[in-house]
Design a protein around this ligand. Structure first.
Ligand SMILES: [Zn+2]
Length: 275
């Protein structure tokens, strides 16, 4: 859940590049849809910035012609994402905008995810603001999810920024071997829609499990580090790690893990060593 700078690309220019190498008959069909694509892009951007993607239902039936819908979808699968097509440079440009997948903030970017699925919204298949850099797992987990209301809209990295305030926390399970679990605790400034969306996002992408597994591995290594330290230095060591992490990213799983460990007297006083 990291913000990403929105791409400085117009829907019209990307669409034009995608249809540039098509056969004359296909090109004519797609050219006739260009204005609909540009209008759909404008509607999408207005809706994404007001958490109203669920109100774009009319785009699902446009165009109604199945052959048009197939060609619009091919703009992505056979043109934008095709390594031998000139539009591929746009795909690569969108991909490298995020180093880490902004949806899970953990794995590397490997693909592009459609914020609204191309299978249901073919007019948005190659609209840049609908294409988000993502890891393959997040892309697969989200699949063709289609929001029904404001509350089930996963965060959009170009439009939503929750990186400034801490919302990710962890708690220690004080039984051997020690482990932590992660949860969302919304800051007071969030309204109920944002709160619900972040919970939804957290659940959709399986972040409690992803972060829990990472923390489990990190804590196995940490056990050996802590066993070699003087007991009196352990609280400061854990707090320094938590504070350093919070400076860098208050919502990194490692930050939440060290905060939780630093505040558990059970862990500090020998719980860490129990296997
Ligand atoms: Zn991811």
């Amino acid at each position: 859940m990291r913000p990403v700078q929105a791409p400085d690309l117009s829907a019209r220019e990307v669409y034009a590049l995608c249809i540039s190498k098509t056969l004359p008959k296909v090109k004519a069909r797609l050219k006739a849809l260009e204005e609909d694509v540009v209008k759909a892009a404008d509607k999408f951007e207005a809706a994404a910035s007001t958490v109203a993607l669920h109100a774009l239902a009319e785009l699902k039936t446009n165009p109604s012609d199945e052959a048009d819908r197939v060609q619009l979808t091919k703009n992505y699968t056979q043109r934008l994402a095709n390594k031998d097509h000139p539009a591929r440079e746009i795909y690569d440009e969108l991909k490298i905008a995020g180093r880490l997948c902004p949806l899970c903030a953990h794995r590397d970017v490997e693909t592009l995810d459609h914020q609204l699925p191309k299978s249901l919204y073919p007019l948005l298949a190659v609209v840049p603001s609908n294409l988000v850099p993502a890891c393959r797992s997040c892309n697969t987990l989200k699949s063709d999810a289609d929001p029904k209301g404001s509350f089930d809209q996963t965060l959009h990295p170009y439009f939503d920024d929750i990186s400034k305030e801490q919302w990710l926390f962890a708690r220690v399970h004080e039984v051997a071997p020690a482990c932590v679990s992660f949860y969302v605790k919304p800051p007071e400034s969030w309204d109920e829609v944002l709160t619900a969306r972040v919970h939804w996002h957290f659940q959709m992408f399986g972040l409690a499990e992803l972060y829990g597994n990472q923390a489990g591995r990190a804590m196995t290594s940490l056990r050996y580090v802590l066993k070699r330290k003087a007991p009196s230095t352990i609280p400061t060591y854990l707090k320094d790690e938590a504070d350093g992490g919070a400076d860098e990213d208050p919502n990194a799983w490692k930050t939440a893990m060290f905060q939780a460990l630093a505040s558990s007297s059970w862990y500090i006083n020998g719980g860490f060593a129990l296997e």
